[in-house]
Design a protein around this ligand. Structure first.
Ligand code: UDX
Length: 451
C-alpha cells in the first residue's frame, strides 16, 4: 500500500559516526510519522545508501578532499561549513522550484556543527531546527563556561580535582571544552559559541529524555526560548534498526558471545574517534588479562597512535587469552550490548554508547577523553551511579575496576541501578511517556510550519 507522505524534511548530519547515527535514526523516526526524508550529507563518511532505501540522499561537495580527516580539527570543520553552503542552497532551490502541491519542504534539521545551514535557511526563508546529539548536561556546562570563561581559565594543575564553580559534579579536569596548558584559546571559544548558537532556528530536537534531564533542560530552555523536543533514546524510538556503521561490522563476535556464559563478558570500545597511545593499549591488555574476565575488545584501525591497528599488543597476547578474549576492528555494538553474555561496558562515554548501554541494562566503566565524554562519565558515576570511573590507566587499577564492576557487591548495586534507569527511560517511550508525547508534538509543530 502506498502511504501518502506529508511534507519533506531535509536532514543535514555532521560527518562523524557519533553524529551521523542519531541523525539517521531521527530520519527513521520522522519517516515512520509520514514525512519524506532527504539526507544532504558530506562526501566524507557518506552513509551507506543501501541500508536506508526509504531516504533520498544528496551528496554535497565538502571541500575536504586531501585533508587529514583521522581526527577532524577546526580547520576542516570550518572549511566544510564554507564548502557545503552553495551545494545545499542550489539543491534546495531546485527542490523548491520542482515542488508540487502537498509535497512541500517543511524544514531543514541540522546537526549543530553544520552551522552554515542557518545562513542557507535564512536566505531561502526556510524554517530550520537544530539537532543536539548529546546530553543537556553537556550543553549546560559548556554554556555556563562560555558565559564567563575568565572564571574558569587559566587554572592550575593543583586545581584539577577541585569542583568546577556552579557545575556539580564536574571538576576542572572534566571541563568539556578543549583545554591546552590549562587554558582555552579564542578559536575554541568561538567554535563552541557557534556550535551552541541556534541562529534563527525555530526549535531544537534532542536525543535525550525529559524525565532524565528535566531541570537542565528547563534552564537551557530559558536561554534558547524556542521549543525543545526531547525524543530520546533515538535508537529505540526509531522503528527501523538498519545499521548506520561507516566501518564494516565484524559479526563473527556474536558467535563468540554465544559461546560465553550469561552475564560474564566485558565489552571494551572507545567509539569511532578516540585514540590511545601504545602504553595505554598495553596497560589495558594486562588489566584485561589479569582481571580473569572474558572480554570482547574493539581495536579500531588507526586508534593507536603510530600503529595501523593492534600491533602494539604484548607479544603472544592473543594466544595467551585464547578463547577468553576476542579482538575485532569494529563490532555491531547494539547487538553486542543486547547479548545476554555481556555484563559490562568499558567505554569512552560517547553519548550514543552511553544510551545504548543503559538501554540494555549494561553497567559501565568510564574512561572519558574530551568534549561531552567527561560530563557523561561524571553523571554516570556520580549522579546516576550506574558506572565506575577509571582515572588512572595503569594495569592494576584497570584490573581492580573490572573486578569491582563484574564481581563485587558494589558492582551488583550498580547493575540494579542501571536496570531501574532503563525502566524509567522505557517509560518515556510509552504512549503516555514524554518522548512519545514530544514526538507527537514535533510532528504537529513541523506540519504547522509556514511553507
Ligand atoms: C562522537 C563523540 O566522541 C561523542 O562524545 C559524542 O557524544 C558523539 O560523537 P563517538 O566517539 O564515536 O562519537 O562515540 P559514540 O557517541 O558512543 O558513538 C559511537 C557509535 O558507534 C555508537 O552508536 C556505537 O554503537 C557505534 N559503534 C562503536 C559500533 O557500531 N561498533 C563499534 O565497534 C564501536
Amino acid at each position: 500500500m502506498k502511504v501518502e507522505r506529508k511534507q519533506s524534511v531535509v536532514l543535514v548530519p555532521f560527518l562523524l559516526q557519533g553524529h551521523l547515527t542519531p541523525m539517521l535514526q531521527l530520519g527513521s523516526i520522522l519517516y515512520s510519522q509520514g514525512f519524506s526524508v532527504i539526507v544532504a550529507h558530506t562526501q566524507h563518511n557518506a552513509p551507506n545508501y543501501s541500508n536506508h532505501p526509504e531516504f533520498v540522499f544528496h551528496s554535497m561537495d565538502d571541500g575536504l578532499k586531501g585533508m587529514d580527516m583521522s581526527f577532524p580539527g577546526l580547520k576542516s570543520i570550518y572549511r566544510m561549513n564554507e564548502s557545503c553552503k552553495a551545494p545545499l542552497r542550489n539543491y534546495l532551490v531546485r527542490m523548491m522550484e520542482e515542488e508540487e502541491e502537498g509535497d512541500q519542504l517543511a524544514c531543514i534539521i541540522y546537526d549543530n556543527i553544520m552551522f552554515f545551514v542557518d545562513d542557507v535557511a535564512t536566505q531561502l526563508r526556510l524554517p530550520s531546527i537544530v539537532l543536539r546529539t548529546y546530553s543537556a548536561a553537556y550543553l549546560d556546562s559548556m554554556l555556563t563556561i562560555l558565559q564567563q570563561p575568565e572564571k574558569y581559565f587559566p587554572f592550575k594543575d593543583s586545581q584539577l580535582l577541585d569542583p568546577l564553580p556552579e557545575l556539580h559534579p564536574l571538576r576542572f579536569k572534566d571541563i568539556p571544552i578543549n583545554v591546552v596548558n590549562n587554558t582555552v584559546h579564542a578559536p575554541i571559544l568561538d567554535f563552541s559559541r557557534s556550535m551552541s548558537d541556534i541562529g534563527s532556528s525555530v526549535a531544537t530536537i534532542w536525543n535525550t529524555m525529559q524525565d532524565l534531564e528535566n531541570s537542565l533542560l528547563l534552564s537551557l530552555q530559558e536561554h534558547y526560548k524556542v521549543p525543545f523536543f526531547t525524543l530520546g533514546p533515538f535508537h529505540k524510538m526509531a522503528p527501523m534498526a538498519s545499521s548506520t556503521s561507516i566501518l564494516e561490522e565484524d559479526n563473527s563476535c556474536i558467535e563468540w558471545l554465544d559461546r560465553q556464559a550469561p552475564n560474564s563478558v566485558l565489552y571494551v570500545s572507545l567509539g569511532s574517534l578516540m585514540r590511545i597511545d601504545d602504553k595505554e593499549l598495553i596497560e589495558t591488555a594486562w588489566g584485561l588479562v589479569n582481571s580473569d574476565q572474558p572480554f570482547l575488545w574493539v581495536i579500531r584501525p588507526g586508534s593507536v597512535y603510530g600503529f595501523q591497528c593492534a600491533e602494539a599488543l604484548p607479544d603472544g597476547f592473543e594466544e595467551m587469552v585464547a578463547e577468553r578474549g576476542r579482538i575485532v576492528k569494529w563490532a555491531p555494538q547494539k547487538q553486542v550490548l543486547a547479548h545476554p553474555a555481556v555484563a559490562g561496558f568499558f567505554t569512552h562515554c560517547g553519548w550514543n554508547s552511553t544510551l545504548e548501554s543503559i538501554l540494555e541494562e549494561v553497567p559501565l566503566i568510564c574512561r572519558p577523553f574530551l568534549a561531552d565524554q567527561p560530563v557523561n562519565a561524571r553523571y554516570l558515576s556520580q549522579i546516576y551511579k550506574v558506572g565506575f570511573e577509571l582515572e588512572v590507566m595503569e594495569r592494576t587499577v584497570i584490573e581492580k575496576t573490572i573486578r569491582k564492576l563484574m564481581l563485587s557487591e558494589e558492582g551488583k548495586d550498580v547493575k540494579k541501578r542501571v536496570v531501574d534507569m532503563k525502566q524509567n527511560i522505557v517509560a518515556a517511550m510509552q504512549i503516555d511517556g514524554t518522548s512519545h508525547k514530544n514526538l507527537n508534538d514535533l510532528v504537529d509543530f513541523i506540519s504547522a510550519l509556514p511553507s
